[in-house]
Design a protein around this ligand. Sequence first.
Ligand SMILES: [Zn+2]
Length: 83
Amino acid sequence: MSAPVLNEQSHRQRECVHRKRGARGGLYEGKSYVQSLQRLRARAAAEFATRVTSFYWSDADQIVVWLCDECAAALSALKTRES
Ligand SMILES: [Zn+2]
């Protein structure tokens, strides 16, 4: 079997559950996504994390996260409220 080069690409991208519904959104650096999550209270972060395919936070530098506009706004709103 040859090396799955195409899988390598998708392996590094995570996305929120709404993408399958055709929601609009964009890509964010895994690192900034994780930093945003880390600013949330543990419970809020755990709830939010259920929306996005999980990955090891230590891999965040190599990961990009696709978030729909709603999830991106929710994450940014939570962040503002917590700070
Ligand atoms: Zn979403």
